[in-house]
Design a protein around this ligand. Structure first.
Ligand code: ATP
Length: 355
C-alpha cells in the first residue's frame, strides 16, 4: 500500500459514483477529454465565457458538458457544483498558472496527483534542493556574479515560458542585466534539449519498479522557442541585438524526438531518483511529469527544469509515441491519466492518486 494523499472528506464527493473528468479548456484539454472518453468517463470542460467553438471541430475530444466561469480565478466559487458533479480536476500547466497556486492548493475538489508538489516546483531554489538531493546534475548556479566565467542564462521565477530570460556570453555582459523580478543566474549549457514525458503510478504492478509502483516513459519532444531557435541563422546573439531584437525562449510549438537507445537507462535512472526523493519530501509526485534537460557532447544530461504535470509536448502523441507504443499501442498521456483513475477506483485506492 502506498501513501494516502487525500482525506476521506475530500473524496466523499466521489462515493459510489463514476467520477467526471474535468479540466480547463486549454493547453492539453483535447487530449485529456479524448483519453477520458475512451476510458468511459463523463467529461466536463471548464471555460471562460461561452464554450469555445473549436471543440465542435473535434467531436471525439469535445467534453460532454461545459462549466462556464467569468474568470478562471472565480473557479473556487463553483466548488460545490464541481463536487456535486463528482468532478476530478486534471491540472495542466495553464490551469495552475491561471487559477493561481494558492487557490489550486486549497480548492476542496479532488485533484489528480499530489498538489503538495506545487510548493516544490514553483520556487526555483526549492526545486533545485529537491533535484540535487536526488543526485541529479543541474546547470551550475552562480550566487556571486564575479565567479561567472562562461556564458550564463538569467531566469525569472515561475513558469513564464522562458519570457524575459537574459543571455550573457560572459561576466562583463552580465553587468548590463537589469532585473525586473526574482531571478537566478545559471550556467548556459551547450548541447541538445530533450523534454521527456514520464508517468509515475504508485499503484501499478509490474513494469519499471520503484519503492511503490512503477515508472513509464510515454514520449519525448523538443520545443520550438520563438526567435532563439533561429539564432544560428544570424550567427550570433550580437547580430540579433544589433537588429534591436532581444533573444527570447517563448514556446511556439513542439517537435517529436527520440533519445539514443543507449541513453535510456540514464533517463530512467534520473526519473526514478526524482520520484523516490519526492516520496521522502512530500509524499510523492503522482501521474505525468516532464524532465527538461540538455545532453552535452560528453553525454552528460543536465536537468534545468521539471514540470510536475501533463505538458503540452504530449499533444504530439494522441495515438501513441515511439515509447508508449511499447507500453500499449495508441496510449496517450491523457488516456493514461484516465486509466490510472479507473484502476485506483477499482482497487479502492483513489486516496493514493488524488489529493
Ligand atoms: P516553462 O515553465 O514554460 O517550461 P520556464 O519559464 O520555467 O518555462 P525554463 O523551462 O526553465 O523556463 O527555460 C526555458 C528555456 O530556456 C528552455 O526550454 C531552454 O531552451 C532554455 N534554458 C533554460 N535553462 C537553460 C540552461 N541552463 N542552459 C541553456 N538553455 C537553457
Amino acid at each position: 500500500m502506498g501513501i494516502p494523499l487525500a482525506s476521506e472528506s475530500r473524496l466523499s464527493s466521489l462515493n459510489g459514483r463514476t467520477p467526471t473528468i474535468a479540466t480547463l479548456c486549454s493547453h492539453s484539454s483535447l487530449q485529456i477529454f479524448h483519453g477520458a472518453r475512451r476510458e468511459g468517463f463523463p467529461t466536463l470542460g471548464i471555460c471562460v465565457g461561452p464554450p469555445p467553438k473549436f471543440y465542435d471541430a473535434f467531436p471525439l475530444a469535445r467534453p460532454d458538458r461545459f462549466l462556464s466561469v467569468a474568470n478562471v480565478k472565480e473557479l473556487p466559487k463553483a466548488t460545490q457544483e464541481l463536487r456535486d458533479d463528482g468532478a476530478v480536476i486534471i491540472p495542466h500547466g495553464s490551469f495552475v498558472e491561471y487559477l493561481g497556486p494558492e487557490a489550486f492548493t486549497t480548492m476542496d475538489v479532488p485533484v489528480f496527483g499530489n498538489r503538495a508538489v506545487l510548493g516544490w516546483e514553483s520556487d526555483r531554489r526549492k526545486e533545485r534542493d529537491w533535484l540535487e538531493s536526488a543526485g541529479v546534475t543541474m546547470p551550475r548556479l552562480f550566487e556571486d556574479p564575479s565567479e561567472v566565467r562562461g556564458p550564463v542564462i538569467v531566469k525569472y521565477y515561475g513558469a513564464k515560458g522562458g519570457k524575459g530570460f537574459y543571455l550573457a556570453k560572459n561576466r562583463e555582459a552580465l553587468e548590463d542585466f537589469r532585473p525586473s523580478g526574482p531571478y537566478v543566474v545559471q550556467e548556459y549549457v551547450l548541447g541538445t534539449r530533450y523534454y521527456m514525458h514520464f508517468f509515475y503510478s504508485p499503484i501499478a504492478e509490474g513494469g519499471y519498479r520503484l519503492r511503490h509502483g512503477a515508472l513509464e516513459l510515454l514520449g519525448m519532444d523538443r520545443r520550438d522557442e520563438a526567435n532563439i531557435d533561429e539564432l544560428y541563422k544570424l550567427g550570433a546573439q550580437e547580430e540579433l541585438l544589433k537588429a534591436g531584437i532581444r533573444p527570447t525562449f517563448v514556446v511556439t510549438g513542439n517537435v517529436p524526438v527520440i533519445l539514443r537507445e543507449s541513453l535510456l537507462p540514464r533517463a530512467f535512472d534520473i526519473a526514478a531518483r526524482i520520484v523516490e526523493r519526492s516520496i521522502d519530501l512530500f509524499g510523492g509526485m503522482v501521474g505525468p511529469f516532464c524532465i527538461e534537460g540538455i545532453m552535452t557532447e560528453d553525454l552528460e544530461f543536465k536537468v534545468f527544469e521539471i514540470s510536475t504535470r501533463i505538458v503540452a509536448g504530449t499533444n504530439l502523441f494522441i495515438s501513441g509515441s515511439p515509447y508508449s507504443d511499447f507500453v500499449e499501442p495508441g496510449l496517450s498521456t491523457g488516456r493514461r491519466i484516465a486509466r490510472e483513475i479507473a484502476h485506483a477506483r477499482a482497487a479502492g485506492r483513489l486516496a493514493e492518486i488524488l489529493s
